[in-house]
Design a protein around this ligand. Structure first.
Ligand SMILES: [Zn+2]
Length: 1072
């Protein structure tokens, strides 16, 4: 556990744990560990403590189904003005969601000291949570009763995603047919004299009066989608549906490490096409089936159950001996060269190869322990967190897609049939999650791939751990929504000064035709400063028409029907607007920012359909709802205390939950040189399943390298695949229980994540516990199902299933530990801890995770006590990675890290797939002045050198060389003072070291082999990620040298231990 005990708050650390050799000044870094608390017998990590952090919104346990109370009643910050009437029905109804009254902003939530890895069985009244499921026919709730009752978190567990505190959703949002309150305010003048309208005044257009039907307009999409979502969990599969088509499987037997699951960023929103033969295949007996007809009569003889039953299990266990090397104790103090020279791969689960070759790609689905402990007691002993890391919507170059009116699922727990079910015979299959025996539907007897009848076990669904289904109509209760994109631009003086609007409008113009969508795609624009400006793009107008609403206290939408328009039909007007916008405000002196009201307007505009809001903001919002005050103390040294990691208002969270209820996600682009309170603003994206982008000190002239970054990332953002009105559910084998979720979403019911938008660059994590002993189980499975509407308007379900062995000994648990997944999950937990308690608590907990696990290994696994610091081979990088986390911007102390920068890094930890999280935590260092083609990759006729990865220590740097440090979203190319002349001239294109420019950020493309190799390598690294790392070329006297050195994880810095010192500290605690 990260902190099995009363932490520093109760036992103030005095650094007594340090060995004399470690300078005392470091003592605050890694406080001595306190002895385990006697009373906390169960080793639990639960939201139980997490709860408190995000829960300044809701008192633990108070928010379940709390009836709506007066909105905003508890937030004095927002109550200074007249009673807000914004978003009347919607916001008021949603008051229950966040129960604003329960916690005044800024009040300290109760700090619970125990960090525990599993939840404490408690009394969360989940039943009422699922009340909205009740009307769905079928097997009732989406999870078997045992799971539901198992999910008995202490109230308020899901701190990051506000779910359990969530509302009775059915009632929380728009009520159908509820009439809006009569509007009595006088009309607001729409055209303040100061600003001329963009187009001709709206003479003859609709009168700019407040439409009385505005608010009542949206249909009750929430309840529709709830029901549709429930289908994901609850519908029962019909038996007599017809198989329509299937997507290609490369072969009936995919290879073990699926080569077909490579990232393909160009795929975007498209899907592989059906190869001839698989489309519209007919059932047996139909014309065209002669080839296989011969096999039809004796199909049963072809039935070969792959080794999925007990056969393979024996084999799985037998395989353990092969992995004993993995358990070899490593003395970390002696073996210094433990960093592999290539990127660390995920451990391969110890399953029979027939099973493992079908298993889910670890890039999509990963578990912290690939050997699942049989009992919670065993898990507790291991002192490691159990959880999953997911990248469920990752771009895939190949994805089997099944079109069938019958989606075969377990009648009891609704699991999708998958490679790890067992067939009792041809007609019956046993669920691998709940063990119910199900019938094989007639349709499933025919295999469209082999065109053979009678081999259900060879169907694509049973041969692919990753598969996508075209959802039949019962998975939707309203027609799939069209793609709707609304852009909201800050056009205050400050914003215009940065020059961002040029870049964004131009990039949007360039990519307008690449926005994922179809003929139904809609688009709209809002700009704001102290007022809100709408743009009518009505057909027939000669140019766009600007409508200004200056009453930001009670925003209304003028002409709602002309503000979101069909992209194809109005493209010229849209292009016209994008060309004009950047110039329109260049003379503006308006410095105020009414972000909150602008977002409220955007929400109103999007509510009827759902869709995506992209908001660009450059400063602290200053007027209207959601206005904020600066909380950053300049040059504050982060003492791990008193830094504002929690939101200062619940306005953005509440609005996000309203957005979520209407299937609207908000993506935030913060381009700011000044403190903008990302801790508060970020809530708008976090709870609506949006993304956050941050461009610190963006300025088109002063910081030109940011312009390219924005262009590249915006292009990716605009053109990447998008799923709308999505929900995701993660199921696991009976006995295991999922209890805390990490990522950007809203937990709608106990385990149903609401994702108004889903994008291929988002990662998620969950924590689990062993609720009931997994006795007699040799394997367990995990399945995620993501139901979404594609940009083409198809309802689809993407399913990933992973199978892992169960083990009974501590040494086997350690054997299967996935140190990267563990680090990733701990990082997520530490963000929560920083917010709920303090940064230093989170840091302590991270350190304690290392101490606890290595202590347990030493005392319970090692038979011979040896001197030194012993770690199982699988965990040999654990102390290094944790030290790297402590030095990461999110968790570091003693630096001048800007507050927004720290918060942004925390957002990244929460929302990035594991691969990027690891790179930003422990960058890769390469020597690049001597690149060769030896061992190089060859991709599309390009030769990509593959230099070895070096330890992050200046000891590894030679002044004769040049080194590339890849830290994920930033790269440094460090040039040694005596770097070879050939590199300087042939790669940097300058005559000598002295003439390398100070602020160089690009490599010239030269016709030399050295240049081509270097650029190929850097480009290849960049291409593999959805963001664009800036390349800084660093010389010895460069101001950026300190940033480069900060990433030298193994070295001591001004305020942090070296790796060796850290090991000594761990050793001392372990040997206590
Ligand atoms: Zn089942």
């Amino acid at each position: 556990c990260l902190c099995p005990v009363p932490n520093q708050l109760m036992h103030p650390s005095d650094g007594q744990g340090y060995s004399p050799s470690v300078p005392g000044s470091y003592s605050h870094q890694t406080p001595a560990k306190v002895p385990p608390h006697q009373s906390s017998g169960q080793y639990n990590y639960s939201g139980s403590q997490n709860v408190s952090q995000l829960n300044n919104y809701q008192g633990p346990g108070q928010t379940l189904n709390r009836p709506p109370v007066a909105p905003f009643s508890g937030s004095p910050v927002q109550q200074t003005g007249p009673v807000p009437q914004v978003l009347l029905p919607a916001l008021q109804n949603s008051a229950a969601v966040s129960s604003a009254g329960s916690f005044p902003p800024g009040a300290s939530p109760p700090v619970l000291s125990n960090w525990q890895y599993s939840q404490t069985p408690g009394s969360q009244p989940v039943g009422s949570q699922t009340s909205h499921l009740a009307h769905v026919t079928g097997t009732g709730s989406a999870q078997p009763p045992s799971s539901l009752s198992g999910n008995t978190n202490p109230p308020g567990n899901y701190q990051y995603a506000a779910s359990p505190g969530g509302p009775p959703l059915q009632n929380s949002y728009m009520k159908p047919g509820s009439a809006p309150p009569p509007v009595t305010q006088p009309l607001t003048p729409l055209h303040p004299p100061a600003r001329p309208p963009l187009g001709p005044p709206p003479v003859g257009g609709p009168p700019l009066t407040r439409p009385s039907t505005l608010i009542a307009g949206p249909p009750n999409t929430q309840s529709l989608l709830n029901s549709a979502a429930n289908r994901e969990g609850c519908c029962s599969s019909a038996i007599n549906c017809k198989y329509l088509s299937s997507l290609p499987l490369a072969t009936p037997h995919p290879s073990p490490a699926p080569p077909n699951l490579k990232m393909n960023r160009s795929v975007g929103y498209s899907y592989p096409t059906l190869p001839p033969g698989y489309q519209n295949t007919s059932p047996p007996g139909a014309p065209g089936m002669q080839a296989s007809a011969l096999q039809y009569p004796d199909g049963s003889k072809h039935f070969h159950q792959p080794a999925l039953g007990t056969n393979h299990l024996t084999a799985a266990m037998g395989g353990l001996s092969l992995q004993q090397e993995g358990l070899r104790p490593v003395n970390l103090l002696q073996e210094r060269n433990i960093l592999p020279m290539t990127l660390l791969k995920a451990p391969v689960p110890n399953l029979h190869e027939d099973i493992q070759k079908l298993n889910c790609n670890p890039e999509l689905f990963r578990c912290t322990l690939t050997n699942i402990p049989q009992t919670q007691a065993l898990l507790n002993k291991a002192k490691l967190p159990l959880g999953l890391l997911l990248h469920p919507f990752k771009d895939l170059s190949q994805l089997p897609v099944v079109t069938s009116s019958t989606i075969v699922r377990c009648r009891s727990c609704r699991t999708y049939i998958n490679p790890f079910v067992s067939f009792l015979d041809q007609r019956r299959w046993k669920c691998n999650l709940c063990y119910r025996v199900n019938d094989v539907p007639e349709e499933f007897m025919y295999n469209p791939v082999t065109r053979v009848y009678g081999e259900p076990h060879k169907r694509p669904e049973v041969q692919n751990a990753t598969i996508e289904f075209m959802a039949p109509s019962e998975y939707m209760l309203r027609p799939p929504q069209p793609p709707v994109y609304l852009f909201v631009f800050d056009v205050s003086h400050n914003a215009i000064e940065t020059g961002y609007l040029n870049t964004v409008c131009q990039t949007l113009l360039d990519n307008l035709d690449l926005l994922p969508g179809n003929t139904r795609t809609k688009i709209g624009f809002i700009t704001f400063d102290s007022t809100i400006h709408f743009y009518s793009l009505q057909e027939g107008l000669s140019q766009p028409q600007m409508l200004i609403v200056s009453d930001i206290e009670d925003v209304f939408i003028p002409m709602p029907e002309n503000l979101l328009v069909n992209l194809n039909e109005n493209k010229e007007l849209i292009q016209d607007l994008l060309r004009t916008l950047p110039q329109m405000f260049t003379k503006s002196l308006e410095t105020q920012s009414a972000l909150g009201p602008a977002l409220q307007a955007a929400f109103k505009l999007m509510s009827p359909t759902g869709g995506r809001i992209s908001v660009f903001q450059t400063q602290l919002p200053s007027v209207g709802m959601g206005a904020l005050k600066s909380r950053e103390e300049p040059n504050q040294r982060a003492t791990a205390k008193d830094i504002h990691l929690t939101p200062s208002t619940d306005f953005y969270k509440k609005l996000a939950l309203d957005c979520s209820g209407q299937q609207v996600a908000v993506d935030l682009f913060l381009l700011s040189g000044q403190y903008s309170d990302l801790a508060s603003l970020g809530c708008i994206s976090r709870y609506s399943a949006g993304s956050v982008y941050y461009y610190q000190s963006y300025h088109h002239k002063h910081n030109p390298v940011q312009v390219e970054k924005l262009q590249k990332e915006l292009k990716r953002y605009l053109t990447r695949k998008i799923g709308f009105e999505a929900v995701m559910r993660i199921r696991c084998t009976k006995g295991l229980s999922i209890h805390t979720f990490h990522g950007n979403f809203f937990v709608r019911s106990t385990d149903l994540l609401s994702l108004p938008n889903v994008n291929p660059d988002a990662g998620y994590a969950v924590q689990m516990s062993v609720e009931e002993s997994l006795t007699d189980m040799q394997v367990v499975s995990f399945q995620s199902a993501l139901l979404y509407t594609s940009s083409k308007g198809e309802r689809r379900i993407r399913v990933h299933t992973m199978c892992l062995p169960v083990v009974t000994t501590l040494s086997d648990v350690y054997l299967g530990a996935d140190v990267q997944a563990i680090t990733g999950l701990l990082a997520n937990m530490a963000v929560d801890r920083s917010v709920s308690a303090t940064l230093s608590d989170a840091r302590d907990a991270l350190v304690n995770a290392v101490i606890d696990s290595l202590s347990a290994y030493r005392s319970s696994v090692l038979s011979i006590q040896q001197p030194g610091l012993m770690a199982p081979y699988s965990l040999r990088l654990f102390p290094l990675y944790v030290l790297a986390l402590l030095k990461q911007k999110a968790f570091q102390t003693g630096t001048n890290a800007r507050l927004d920068e720290r918060i942004f890094t925390m957002c990244q930890v929460k929302n990035q797939p594991l691969v990027y999280l690891m790179l930003m935590t422990h960058p890769s260092l390469y020597r690049v002045d001597n690149l060769t083609d030896e061992g190089a990759l060859n991709i599309n006729d390009r030769t990509i050198p593959q230099p070895p990865i070096l330890q992050l220590s200046v000891e590894k740097l030679s002044r004769d060389g040049a080194y590339l440090m890849d830290a994920g979203s930033v790269m440094f190319l460090w040039i040694g003072k005596n770097c070879g002349q050939s590199f300087i001239s042939q790669v940097l294109g300058v005559p000598n070291y002295g003439s390398v420019p100070q602020n160089m950020t690009h490599l010239p493309e030269l016709e030399t082999a050295e240049s081509i190799r270097t650029i190929a390598f850097i480009s290849w690294l960049r291409e593999q990620r959805p963001f664009f790392p800036i390349l800084y070329i660093v010389k010895d006297d460069s101001p950026l040298k300190s940033s480069f050195l900060q990433n030298m994880i193994e070295d001591r810095t001004e305020s942090a231990l070296s790796y060796y010192e850290f090991l000594l500290h761990i050793q001392q605690q372990v040997n206590k």
